[in-house]
Design a protein around this ligand. Sequence first.
Ligand SMILES: Nc1ncnc2c1ncn2[C@@H]1O[C@H](COP(=O)(O)OP(=O)(O)OP(=O)(O)O)[C@@H](O)[C@H]1O
Ligand SMILES: [Mg+2]
Length: 174
Amino acid sequence: MRKGFVVWFTGLPGSGKTAIARELEKRLAAKGIPTEILDGDEVRKWLSPEAGFSREDRERHIKRVAHVSKLLAKHGVAVLVSLVSPYRSVRDYARKLIGDFVEVYVKCSLETCIKRDPKGLYKRALAGEIKDMTGIQDPYEEPLSPEVVVDTERQSLKECVDTVYRKLVELGYL
Ligand SMILES: Nc1ncnc2c1ncn2[C@@H]1O[C@H](COP(=O)(O)OP(=O)(O)OP(=O)(O)O)[C@@H](O)[C@H]1O
Ligand SMILES: [Mg+2]
């Protein structure tokens, strides 16, 4: 059986995690690789419906996603996790738990994320309607040694996907 793995996309809201994960999924599916996306927003609804955005709630949610990812990866699935996951310590928890873990830092300046604002959340946070927005009131801790860094201000979506894909080949997962 093919070895499963987890690609963990982390970055500021609006940096491009979901966009890249969706394109990568298409590419893996075209190769016949069983792939599952665990996207922050979607998964939160059913896995952590009670959670808010305090550090404790975020950490608990991220740990749950890590455990689900591990189970899927164990059965040969390529798991693409797109989650802000702002705290280094919990990402490291996921890394240790999962083992076959490819951390992708989706890098983008806060300024550009605010301009993109695909969900209108920055606007609401800057207006004071949201009090715990990553990048505005809450911290984002950049990864110190991620397997991959993609810069969505300087690279096209396709280039970002290519970069992740190449790393997966290099690591022997594809
Ligand atoms: N090189 C790029 N890679 C990815 N997205 C890009 C790139 N250039 C521009 N974009 C755009 O940036 C936006 C990123 O939105 P996306 O929903 O993927 O962010 P996200 O990181 O998943 O945010 P959130 O944490 O809020 O879910 C999209 O509108 C996308 O089209
Ligand atoms: Mg997203």
